[in-house]
Design a protein around this ligand. Structure first.
Ligand code: PRP
Length: 188
């Protein structure tokens, strides 16, 4: 956290799971592999708002080859902590993706249900190819059959925030991924 002022949000974090420098290093590694895999194709990065905003912008800049960007926002029905697998589109893509090499950019795969739905939805629009890059993956993701080609970190089932991930819309702006103190979500 070179040169960074401590934020008041830091007080709500029990432990840093993945530091900012480790995130940067991992994104560089993912970008190297993606650059090689897409050496003869230009990927269309499809970021899933809002959580993937930070990862999307850092990944796009880490790639040494050109890419284009689109964003989707989806909301899964169910409680705020569990996903039901029924997904509603809040913001759709702005363009036709047929014939494009789509790379879905996700911040985290938890139950895998959002991604499972998204893959089917986007595949039905006839892209030339479709793959997924996720910065984080939780253990439950293995219960759903979702092919994720690129994964940054496999993490435990903790309540994590930061680097795009929120609790009640806050903490997305932290530069690292940390475990939230249980007292924070117990009192709200
Ligand atoms: C998070 C995350 C994924 C999804 C993963 O988004 O960004 O899209 O949940 O969960 P799943 O694997 O259990 O389906 P969220 O719905 O919290 O929206 P946000 O990105 O706007 O915070």
């Amino acid at each position: 956290m070179r040169g960074r002022q401590l934020s008041v949000l830091d007080d709500d974090i029990e432990a840093v799971l993945i530091g900012a420098e480790d995130i940067r290093t991992k994104i560089g590694e993912l970008a190297t592999v993606i650059d090689a895999d897409y050496a003869d194709r230009e990927p269309l990065l499809v970021g899933v708002l809002k959580g993937a905003a930070m990862f999307m912008s850092d990944l796009a800049r880490a790639l040494s080859r050109p890419s284009t960007m689109e964003f989707m926002a989806v909301s899964s029905y169910g409680s705020s902590t569990t996903s039901s697998g029924v997904v509603r589109i809040l913001k759709d893509l702005d363009r036709d993706i047929s014939g494009q090499h789509v790379l879905i950019v996700e911040d985290i795969i938890d139950s895998g249900l959002t991604l499972s739905w998204l893959l089917k939805n986007l595949a039905s629009r006839n892209p030339a190819s479709i793959e997924v890059v996720a910065l984080l993956r939780k253990p439950d993701a293995s219960k759903v059959e979702v092919p994720v080609k690129y994964v940054g970190f496999d993490i435990p089932n903790d309540f994590v925030v930061g680097y795009g991930l929120d609790y009640a819309e806050r903490y997305r702006d932290l530069p690292y991924i940390g475990r939230l103190k249980p007292a924070v979500y117990a009192t709200r």
